[in-house]
Design a protein around this ligand. Sequence first.
Ligand code: KG4
Ligand code: ZN
Length: 374
Amino acid sequence: MARDASILGIESSCDETAAAVVRNGRTILSSVVASQIDLHRKYGGVVPELASREHLRKIVPVVREALAGAGMALADVDAVAVTNGPGLIGALLVGVTYAKALSQAGAKPLIAVNHLEGHVRAVILEALGEGREPELPAVCLIVSGGHTVLYSVRAAAEGATEAVPFQYARLGQTRDDAAGEAYDKVAKMLALGYPGGPVIDQLALHGDPAAIRFGEPKMKGNPYDFSFSGIKTAVLYHLRKHPELEPEIRRRRDALGEKRLRAQELLPLCGRHTLNLVASFQRAVVSDLVSRTLASAEQWASRSVLVSGGVAANRELRETFESESARRGIKVFFPSRALSTDNAAMIAAAAYPRLLAGELTGEELNAEAVLPLA
Ligand code: KG4
Ligand code: ZN
């Protein structure tokens, strides 16, 4: 039986300030996420300087709230875990510096966690919470606004999934934009607001996904690499070829201002052509993500597919993965919305096997903007 331990996790790699307490790598005692989305909306993307400043404002109250939510004081946790990369350097430094201070003040072990490993553990955490155990080896697709990367995941030792360290190998990654970035950029071109993913996801339901054909990205080399800048450019060219869509885009831009409009509010402002365009865009992105991921799972004889990151919330992505993986006899696992986007429960969960293995860090810990998982 693995050691009983409650870990305080801290995450500040991008635009979410988050803290959580997780017991034994599988039970979430508290999870607090302060999103900065409203702050960055008017810029149509995350502004690094603003993000760091907001993390500085939020980190203390967010950690306090997470401890209070777990009914604990710093003295009661067994370790402090923090994301040390990859991400925005100034944003990461806020979490890393604060975690170091807490670890020193409370004489608690400090554990550094790679943000990407956090996303992998988020899926495991959710599945275990539902009494489902993803069989390893697995293939994990991490797909968000910052990442689109495919890893093989295997257990490095015998033992309970939440307690054993994992070994990773990178099977493929995007050569240009992340999938979520493509959603956000297309939403910007069409004046659908920020972030673009959730709105496009909803609007796509009202369009014909076969109306506009976007060719598959043609790439030499690794068949498990992704590319999304081509489809983004294809949408741009489509708009140039159809200037009749301009007045509609202007109308939406005026209605939006710096606000956020829900899909139901945007729907009456979108004509059939636009709805077909977003549905076709989404179909192209989803087909590409699903086909490359499942092909890699088959090639590496994986028993499970794990899908994580903000884009994992996508309705069509989930449905397509469910149906396509069932056909191939592979099980697919998604986290809930709360665990698919950036959070600190996944960081605390990822730290548990490291604590058990004695993989600690200390005063020397630094933030790393670029930090490959494998
Ligand atoms: O993981 P996340 O919260 O932050 C990082 O990028 O690390 O992911 C945010 C990204 C944004 O690009 C957003 O547009 C996208 O995830 N997203 C979605 C959906 N919900 C969020 N993309 C497609 N469909 C969705 N339902
Ligand atoms: Zn993330």
